[in-house]
Write a protein that binds this ligand. Structure first.
Ligand code: RIB
Length: 304
């Protein structure tokens, strides 16, 4: 049986407006199109892994609105175990207004809504199920206490954890996440985490090595169209080459990278080759509009 992956994280309804350009302050402009889709960094990573065939356990919260009902259905449609996804009375579900420009780049605002209610007690309530998982994925769209508790839970029970410190949070206490097995920041997040200047591969590596010295086993710095950099103790840094594509919409590509990496990694136990496959999966996801809508199934990925 494939090892299980747990995702402790957010779900959002993505409200995506495709614009010709972003408006200036005080300006009203017309945009060509709009789409609603499932998103949220936690849910995205869970769905990417699920579409590839992974067994995924989700810990999350939805509001008591129609978006919450839709989110639960979407998790189920992607084969995700939702026994630990709760509904929060009197709260809205998480939403994310997103603007996508013609070159595929995006700007995102998030409203946490019910995601903010996920708590360390929810992790304790799911402890027996979490102990059956090989890897726990974490991001920063829930409270930081949830992230600290999950990293500590993983350390105590010998379960590997991967923290994607996104969106960047200035108040993240680095000392409390250094027991994570994997840290997967982008360059901005890496600079914020370490307080070091990150401008190129050499400075990325120097900052990542600081995290490794602090206890993290493996740091993967995502560099957008330039690929990713893998840094592990005792090994030279390795560049994970990007796949050259003409992106239509890059929203959620980072989550596609992490969710698919989780699947390949728990299946093979290999870090570098799993990152190479994940880079290919993420590139494929930029060729279609939408967040989860653009995530390929195992069959679609095999023919890419
Ligand atoms: O990483 C992309 C995601 O960020 C979107 O789905 C949006 O919901 C925000 O969480």
């Amino acid at each position: 049986m494939t090892p299980r992956i747990a995702v402790i994280g957010s779900n959002n309804m993505d409200l995506v407006t495709y614009v010709n350009r972003v408006p200036e302050a005080g300006e009203t402009i017309e945009a060509p199109s709009f789409e609603i889709g499932f998103g949220g960094k936690g849910a995205n990573q869970a769905v990417a892994a699920g579409r590839l065939g992974a067994s995924v356990l989700m810990l999350s919260k939805v509001g008591d609105d129609s978006f919450g009902v839709d989110q639960l259905r979407n998790f189920e449609a992607n084969g995700i175990d939702i026994r630990h996804v709760g509904r929060v009375p009197g709260m809205s579900s998480g939403v994310a207004p997103i603007f996508v420009e013609p070159n595929g780049e995006n700007r995102i605002v998030i409203v946490k809504g019910a995601n903010a209610e996920l708590s360390p007690a929810d992790i304790d309530a799911a402890a027996e199920d979490l102990k059956t998982c090989r890897l726990i994925l974490l991001q920063l769209e829930t409270s930081l206490d949830v992230v600290y508790h999950a990293v500590e839970f993983g350390r105590r029970h010998g379960i590997e954890t991967l923290l994607n410190p996104a969106p960047a949070a200035a108040d993240l206490d680095l000392a409390r996440v250094l027991h994570a097995t994997f840290l997967v920041p982008n360059e901005t997040e890496l600079a914020l985490l370490t307080g070091m200047t990150v401008t190129d591969e050499a400075s990325c590596e120097a900052a990542a090595r600081r995290l490794i010295e602090g206890g993290v086993r493996c740091v993967v710095v995502t560099m957008g169209a330039r690929g990713a950099l893998l840094i592990e103790a005792g090994n030279p840094a390795k560049v994970i080459r990007p796949h050259a594509v003409e992106p239509v919409d890059t929203t959620g590509a980072g989550d596609a990278f992490i969710g698919s990496f989780a699947h390949f990694y728990v299946t093979t136990g290999e870090v570098e080759s799993s990152l190479q496959l994940a880079a290919r999966y993420a590139a494929q996801s930029t060729l279609k509009r939408g967040t989860q809508k653009s995530y390929p199934t195992a069959l679609e990925f095999s023919s890419f």
